[in-house]
Design a protein around this ligand. Structure first.
Ligand code: C5P
Length: 298
């Protein structure tokens, strides 16, 4: 096989429940993920040495993407090689369509795509469960990028269970040039809750019902993000576009993961267009829909 290309989606959190910090520094999560139609494609080719290159789609700033051994896609390929006992270096080329450090798990999508691409290139025939375990070692939301659709994320987010979802949801996605650090948002969450007893998180049953019914209006009533207050403390200006989206008629507005990306749930693509028109002064406006499939060989 000469090369394999895999496309992987961005994730959003329809609900992000965060519990008290664990001894290992991670936080227990009860989240409902959804994969949306912003994608990165990773192409793996046999090569004399390990190599990574990256191009970005128009409007995506790839400045923050490391092009050395610390790149998550390259780490994914090397982890899989070690695990499978293969010594066949590859070059990985990332065609990035997911904003960097935006709370959309763009780096995790690259890593998931690299895992699937290399497993196919090396003809490993690995069971999905094994790939998911490796994915979980790379990052909390790498397994979800393999699975896609709508799914519950437990543990620190790496334990993924598909959810029944009969809907198609239109999202306006507002992105910004300057990212937000996920560890910083979690640290701020800890500071905000230093005096409180943080309960163990749960996914609201009304959210599961809304997805099963495929109802955007029912979903709008139950979306939520426990990190949002912390991220807004780090970037108070985000309150403005969130309010503006609701004023324009969005069914719901919330941050994606640790932000700064803002999400606006809309009833259809015409509605999304009208909501988007009121947001262009704040950042870059993208349209996406979900759920879409996880990392897929092209
Ligand atoms: O797992 P991942 O590498 O994506 O996590 C990045 C950082 O986000 C962690 O180092 C940790 O600071 C924070 N995090 C957390 N609890 C989680 C997931 C991530 O505290 N469940």
């Amino acid at each position: 096989m000469r090369e394999v290309s895999v496309r992987a989606p961005a994730k959003i959190n329809l609900h992000l429940g965060v519990g008290p910090v664990r001894p290992d520094g991670f936080h227990p999560l009860a989240t409902a993920y959804q994969a949306i139609s912003l994608f990165s494609t990773v192409t793996a080719r046999p090569n004399a040495q390990w190599e990574i290159t990256c191009e970005t789609r128009p409007g995506i700033d790839g400045g923050g993407v490391p092009l050395g051994a610390s790149n998550l896609a390259l780490r994914a390929a090397r982890l899989l090689a070690d695990h499978a006992g293969v010594d066949r270096p590859v070059s990985l080329h990332i065609d990035k369509g997911i904003p960097v450090a935006g709370g959309l798990a763009g780096g995790s999508a690259d890593a998931a795509a690299a895992l699937r691409a290399c497993a196919a290139l090396w003809e490993l025939g690995l069971p999905d469960a094994e790939l998911l375990t490796l994915a979980g070692r790379l990052g909390s939301d790498v397994p979800f990028a393999l699975v896609g659709g709508s799914a519950a994320g437990l543990g620190r987010g790496e334990l993924v269970e598909p959810l029944a979802d009969n809907g198609r949801y239109d999202w306006v996605v507002l992105t910004f040039d300057e990212g937000l650090s996920t560890p910083a948002a979690y640290r701020e969450f800890d500071a905000l809750h230093a005096e409180a007893v943080v309960p163990e998180p749960e996914i609201p049953s009304a959210l599961l019902d809304a997805l099963a019914a495929g109802s955007a209006t029912a979903l709008a009533r139950v979306v939520g993000n426990d990190l949002q207050a912390a991220s807004l403390r780090l970037r108070p200006a985000l309150a403005e576009p969130l309010a503006a989206g609701v004023e324009r008629g969005a069914l719901a507005a919330l941050l994606s993961g640790s932000g700064p990306t803002c999400l606006f749930l809309c009833s259809d693509s015409d509605h999304a267009e009208s909501v988007a028109a009121g947001l262009t002064t704040y950042g870059r406006v993208l349209h996406a829909h979900g759920p879409v499939t996880g990392a897929t060989i092209l």
